[in-house]
Design a protein around this ligand. Structure first.
Ligand code: ATP
Length: 405
């Protein structure tokens, strides 16, 4: 049934991007599931468009705090950050002038506690370099970097090892499983390195194997598993260490679309159950929209827009972002909060009420069924109404002011 054409941002070709086709059902499912996630764990960061109440809490406690981060490759790397002469140069010009590549250029952001933070962009835009800088698998050239307020750049070897093992574990695209060990032993491997006694680590590993849905396959070798199952083992191994943050580097891009979808749902499920902070790299727009609470869209080492899926789709920061999202079905991503005409109604009851986080496509169904405007209600309070024309405007990409004028 899966007719999803994955928008492949590996190809830096506008024509390809324009062909992006996020199948209707895909995004709906994501929106519905993400609503659950956002409500359940206090994630989400809609500045006026998303899950407002949860945001303040999330923003108060960044897990990662990144300021003016640069990673420049090349022998003169140190001369590039902050150099006004190079500031306006494209990557190619910078390379010609200095021989350097600025893979990450003056990037600042926070990763909030409990959110799924997606780093998205074309191949070569700097996603992997940025995420590897977070645990200094790649050493940043300049800037500041904190985890829970602790200076990551000041960490010594031991502290760094602790960071990577216990606090921010990476799940790679190539799972790095040990071929001669069983599933259970692969999952227990990290715990073994940590010095956990055998009985305890096997028990914990078994629990993680069950958590990712591989119960019964504990004794198999990785070669006896499908790609998706192997990826689940990688996920279980990362989870076994119980890290504060999971960092996913294009974890599912080698998987076929059906299995990929399963794994995306697995991530959303795990997130909704545990509220664990996740940083997720992808070049796939539909994947980003499906799993992300916020998305940082990168281009040539810079973040061109950072926002919720709704903000990225509903208010692209520039033509580049607009081009990426132009084939996304807006009604699957934008919410009733954006579509509604604000203002409480006089009624004391709201029989067909919609939640502000409901997506527009759900509201269309509801309004079409009842044949009248629906109230948008939060905590028993009417925030506004949506009628057919308000909903159509969202689908057409017209904002309220445009229509009013
Ligand atoms: N070790 C290195 N030495 C020199 N340049 C590098 C190095 N690693 C990455 N780069 C360059 O930095 C830029 C960003 O690379 P990066 O791998 O971070 O991009 P990406 O967005 O993760 O790409 P992909 O989706 O293809 O993995 C690219 O121009 C790349 O060629």
């Amino acid at each position: 049934m899966n007719d999803m054409k994955t928008p492949d941002m590996n190809t830096p070709d506008k024509a390809d991007v324009a062909k992006t086709d996020v199948a209707k059902a895909d995004v709906t499912k994501a929106s519905v599931t993400k609503d659950t996630v956002a409500t359940g764990t206090g994630t989400g960061t809609g500045t006026g468009t998303g899950t407002g109440a949860a945001d303040a809490a999330g923003e108060a406690q960044p897990v990662f705090g990144v300021r003016n981060l640069w990673k420049v490759f090349g022998s003169k790397a140190d001369t590039v950050p902050g150099n006004a002469e190079y500031a306006g140069l494209s990557q190619a010009e910078l390379r010609t002038r200095t021989g350097c590549t600025a893979a990450v250029r003056d990037v600042s952001f926070d990763v909030h506690k409990g959110e799924v933070f997606v780093v998205m962009g074309l191949s070569g835009s700097g996603k992997s370099t940025l995420v590897r800088c977070l645990t200094r698998l790649i050493e940043p050239t300049s800037g500041t970097l904190e985890i829970d307020g602790e200076d990551v750049l000041a960490m010594d070897k031991n502290r760094l090892r602790e960071l990577r093992r216990h606090r921010a574990a990476m799940v790679f695209q190539h799972f790095g499983l040990l071929p001669h060990r069983s599933v259970l032993d692969n999952v227990a491997y990290g715990l073994e390195i940590q010095g956990m006694p055998k009985a305890e680590r096997r028990e914990r590993a078994a629990a993680m194997v069950a958590k990712v849905g591989l119960e019964g396959l504990e004794g198999r070798r990785p070669g006896q598993l499908s790609g998706g199952q192997q990826q689940r083992v990688g996920l279980a191994r990362a989870l076994a260490a119980d890290p504060e943050v999971l960092l996913f580097d294009e974890p599912f891009s080698a998987l076929d679309p059906l299995i990929r979808r399963d794994m995306q749902e697995e991530v959303i499920r795990l997130h909704s159950e545990e509220g664990r902070t996740m940083v997720f790299i992808t070049h796939d727009l539909s994947e980003a929209l499906r799993v992300g609470d916020r998305i940082a869209l990168m281009r040539d080492g810079e973040i061109v827009q950072l926002g919720t899926p709704e903000e990225i789709v509903g208010a692209p920061a520039d033509d580049y972002v607009r081009d990426f999202v132009r084939d996304v079905p807006r009604e699957q991503v934008l919410t009733v909060r954006t579509a509604m005409k604000p203002g409480a109604c006089d009624a004391s009851e709201h029989p067909d009420a919609l939640a502000p986080t409901a997506v527009v496509s759900d509201a269309i169904e509801s309004v079409a069924r009842s044949g009248r405007a629906a109230c948008v209600v939060e905590d028993g309070r009417c925030l506004g109404q949506v009628d057919q024309s308000a909903l159509l405007r969202v689908v057409a990409g017209l904002d309220r002011e445009e229509v009013a004028a």
